[in-house]
Ligand binder design. Structure first.
Ligand code: C2E
Ligand code: MG
Ligand code: MG
Length: 728
């Protein structure tokens, strides 16, 4: 028989294909590194921790805002009062505590992220939170209850909270990780926590004392407290600013830059907005001043569509221009909160913070939309946004409510379209950059999936960084793909040179991912193990293979076997043999037409029950092959122990050009297989010149690209028939 016309350079089967992408720009890499800096990561996490509070608070604000609509007049006045009171309490208990969440969350995350690999001076992350909390209360300590509420809130208190959290954590952790500032205590008390906490006492005292000194200096100098000072610093550029398009743009840009850097732009700029609106209301149009375009609701209605960053526009762009399921899932998930202008899921999920690709549209889009709203109002296309509406009022409705005119909604629709168009090209760029990063991550997954660690129970989804995140996204896609035709089999013919015919086919798993294309089967299998769906996947493969072989009955030689790879996890299942027999029965296939390929690693420690299952299966005729023989750890002892029919000699041994040693090994394996009465199949023959060498070495059965790549069932049937002489 003739080897198939397959060239080696054209790696044929997409099971081995890896997506490639362009190299990302170095500026992107630089920003990426900055964003991955522990301080920035901890900042993001601290703000993210407030997400549940922000969502609940925003929802309460939204409900409260609904009670101001005319339809609420149908409700009894007391009911409306009660709803508002409940909402107020919820808002205070959520937004009112955001600063506190940051003060606690940042030190905890920062301590965990900066923990050295070899931690000689362990610092309990909770102790960093406690010290920072104390510093915060010392520094901001207001005199009245109302001021306390301000100090803890997201609008006034957040800047001070961030400054104290970062400052106190850095100082405390620096000291606590130095011997000089630690008590040397070991084995103190019954609970190790007692020792942990007492050790860091000197560092805690010094940090708290430092912040107490700062507070005292501030009191002695009679200056404003930190909260007021920071608010004033942020507002400073806007003092005495005249309301204008320039002012609208500068306010929006600054707010967006704060968001981009990880701060809460809208809240931190709250006092500025107050100042702008107050000064705008003092301009008298009759005296030649401009119309008062900038109002309380102006920014939230025109530039804050879906939250700061006009993120509703980004969500629409993502849904139309990004095909990646995990991103689309995030976009759909973010849509609901975006309808009440809460953008945290997207800001932290994508993420947008410090994401260099989205920097331009995230900062510019709101400014451009603010200009659009500004000029639309100035030329009288739309009335001034004079009716105050809550910032949680859904876009389109808010435009109508604040202007009292449908034109408000029309301007918002125009803003939505413009914002989506601005975001669109950046969504495409982000997808391209992600594809390149994913190709790299895929290679890491493949290396990990084929490494020994995976055999020892390491999970791909636990890998650090991009690779782990990519694995998690793939794993969840695998769950969805399991029952679909995106999971299917290819069949690679196995040939017998002496008989000049195809004597079997190996069924090989294929997963055609809708975005990443073909995923290497070893990665698919490892992910299925991570997700606990390997039995489901294994059964599917077995069933499809048996079904295909049964369907070929009459078209192929009656003794043509189908080989199916079995993962170690499958083999460990107590009812493995019963499952195989059930599938054979249901698909109507004779057991002696099925070969199960177990890998060397599987057989490293053949569990008694796995051995029993293999013995039982073999006793009814199912064939057992030992796959990838020669590259793993199988001892000769197991060769005798395992009920085997076939030895598949690993591809790594076929590089005979690498020296005589491989030739000797192969010759010995062939001899050994003859002695043990096993059939030997050489895997991965690619070059025509390899073949005579192996025939000389005594090999007669082969599987490799030289003969055929793995094929779909149709082309495989054609190949078998072309190489067996079986009539149609
Ligand atoms: P492949 O299709 O990419 O499969 C790679 C490995 O994934 C398989 O190695 C097997 O260990 C695992 N695998 C595939 N399908 C399944 C499945 O349904 N269940 C489980 N548990 N594991 C599965 P294996 O078995 O040694 O298969 C041979 C591999 O070698 C295939 O790669 C095949 O495409 C490739 N191959 C065949 N001939 C050549 C060749 O001439 N050159 C090269 N470079 N590769 C070849
Ligand atoms: Mg195999
Ligand atoms: Mg193999």
């Amino acid at each position: 028989m003739q080897p198939g016309p397959v060239s080696v350079s054209a790696v044929p089967d997409a099971g081995n294909t890896r997506s490639s992408g362009r190299q990302s720009f170095s500026i992107v890499e630089m920003m990426g590194r900055f964003a991955a800096w522990p301080l920035m990561t901890a900042l993001r996490r601290a703000l993210l921790l407030s997400l549940p509070l922000v969502l609940v608070g925003a929802f309460a604000l939204f409900i409260s805002a609904l009670t101001s609509l005319p339809i609420a007049a149908a409700l009894p006045v007391e009911t409306v009062g009660t709803i508002r009171a409940v909402c107020d309490v919820v808002v205070q208990g959520t937004f009112g505590l955001v600063a506190l969440v940051v003060v606690i969350g940042f030190p905890y995350s920062f301590a965990s992220l900066t923990k050295p690999a070899v931690d000689r001076h362990p610092v309990n992350p909770a102790s960093a939170s406690i010290v920072a909390l104390s510093c915060f209360f010392i520094v901001v300590a207001p005199d009245t209850l109302d001021h306390w509420k301000e100090a803890l809130s997201s609008s006034r208190g957040l800047p001070a909270a961030l400054v104290v959290a970062v400052g106190a954590s850095c100082l405390f952790l620096y000291l606590a990780r130095r011997s000089l500032f630690r008590f040397r205590l070991s084995g103190f008390g019954a609970d190790p926590l007692v020792g942990d906490l007492l050790c860091i006492l000197p560092a805690a005292v010094v940090t708290i004392a430092a912040f107490a000194t700062i507070r005292q200096v501030q009191l002695d100098l009679g200056g404003p407290d930190l909260t007021t000072a920071l608010s004033a610093a942020i507002s400073a550029p806007f003092v005495d600013a005249k309301p204008s398009a320039f002012l609208a743009v500068s306010y929006t840009l600054l707010s967006q830059v704060i968001w981009f850097l990880g701060g809460h732009g809208a809240n931190m700029m709250g006092p500025v907005l107050q100042q702008i609106v107050t000064s705008a209301s003092m301009v008298d149009p009759g005296a030649g001043g401009q119309t008062q375009v900038i109002t309380w609701s102006f920014f939230s209605v025109y530039s804050g569509l879906g939250g700061s960053g006009s993120t509703l526009c980004l969500i629409i762009a993502l849904l139309f221009a990004d095909r990646e399921p995990s991103v689309r899932r995030l976009a759909w998930l973010s849509l609901l909160p975006a309808l009440i202008n809460v953008n945290e899921p997207l800001v932290f999920g994508l993420p947008l913070i410090l994401n260099p690709i989205y920097a331009i549209p995230f900062i510019l889009t709101p400014a451009i939309l603010a200009l659009l709203g500004y000029f639309a109002t100035l030329i009288g296309f739309v009335p001034v946004a004079s009716h105050a509406v809550s910032w949680t009022m859904p876009p389109l409705l808010s435009g109508y409510l604040t202007t009292g005119s449908p034109a408000g909604t029309v301007v918002q629709l125009m803003a939505l379209a413009a914002g989506t168009l601005i975001y669109w090209p950046f969504v495409r760029i982000a997808a391209r950059v992600r594809l390149a990063a994913n190709a790299k991550a895929m290679q890491t997954l493949l290396d990990a999936a084929e490494s020994d660690e995976i055999v020892q129970g390491y999970r791909l989804i636990d890998l650090p960084g991009t690779a782990g995140r990519f694995a998690s996204a793939l794993a969840s896609d695998l769950n969805d793909a399991l029952g679909s035709d995106r999971i299917y089999l290819h069949y690679q013919p196995q040939v017998c040179i002496d008989e000049r015919r195809v004597f079997g086919v190996e069924a090989l798993l294929r997963w055609n991912h809708e975005v990443y294309g073909l995923i290497p089967p070893s990665v698919t299998v490892a992910l299925a193990e991570d997700m606990g769906v390997i039995d489901q996947l294994g059964e599917r493969v077995l069933r499809l293979a048996c079904r295909q072989r049964a369907a070929w009955r009459g078209f192929v030689p009656a003794d043509l076997i189908v080989s199916v790879n079995i993962s170690p996890h499958q083999l460990r299942k107590a009812d493995f043999d019963r499952t195989v027999l059930k599938i054979l029965d249901e698909e109507g296939l004779a057991p002696d037409l099925l070969e199960l390929e177990i890998t060397e690693s599987t057989s490293l420690t053949p569990a008694v029950q796995a051995l029993g299952a293999l013995l039982r299966l073999r006793s009814v005729g199912v064939r057992i092959a030992l796959d990838d023989f020669g590259m793993g750890h199988t001892s000769l002892h197991y060769l005798r122990e395992l009920p085997l029919d076939t030895l598949k000699i690993d591809r790594s041994l076929t590089f005979t050009s690498q020296g005589d040693l491989n030739e000797h090994v192969i010759r010995s394996i062939i001899a050994l297989s003859r002695t043990l009465g096993l059939r030997a199949v050489v895997e991965g023959i690619e070059q025509p010149e390899q073949l005579p060498k192996f025939i000389d070495l005594g090999c007669g059965r082969f599987q490799g690209y030289l003969f055929s790549q793995p094929l779909g069932s149709g082309p495989c049937l054609d190949y078998i028939r072309a190489n067996t002489g079986v009539a149609a």
